[in-house]
Design a binder for this molecule. Sequence first.
Ligand code: SAH
Length: 217
Amino acid sequence: MSMILIDNAKHQGLRRQLKTVLKNKGIFDEQVLHAIGVIPRHWFVDSSFEDHAYQDKAFPIAAGQTISQPYTVAFQSQTLQVKKGEKVLEIGTGSGYQTAVLLELKAIVFTIERQVELFKKVSLFLPMIGYNPKKFIFGDGYKGLLEEAPFDKIIVTAGAPFVPKPLLSQLKVGGMLLIPVGNHTQIMTLFIRKSNKEFEKHELGDFAFVPMLEEKN
Ligand code: SAH
């Protein structure tokens, strides 16, 4: 990885502007805004996009995938109400930017990626810049992560054609799964586990994600 990691007053200024943009779109959680304000997003995008890294846009990363739009990252993080010390499972590590936000929120993070190129890149890059998930996993997010279950929160950052059952069953009672469900566009869907068998479901609007791929693809 040939990369010069510079974070200067210009970048910090752009992050302050991005925070304002997100506030105007309805992000109010101070800890989430703080995370957006301190994480150098320009380190997570290809250098050809560096000048645009603080626009509220998704960009291509390796392996035909994308780094999610900052609003989407902020919305998912805010909705999950992540608290210090909570066990969070992330499906779709991608660029690692959402992972960094979860770590700024002081969660204990397990993150799964199925593209080996991204998995390798991010598992070197994030620790290098001081972000240390509990575990990077190369594998299939449809299965969740049984050996570390149950989780307080599960976040899916790819568009799922259906809700994988293992993700619901790996939640603690009181835990939440946030998953964009649908094929072309997705409905952001929040499940709250009320008891062993009962889940409350909330639909929170339309989003657009790259597809969550099944192992056979
Ligand atoms: N949070 C990331 C989003 C990346 S896009 C970011 O902001 O950078 C979604 C990611 O989900 C891609 O990296 C894709 O490879 C991954 N993905 C798709 N299907 C998956 C699956 N079944 N299991 C784990 N990861 C998956």
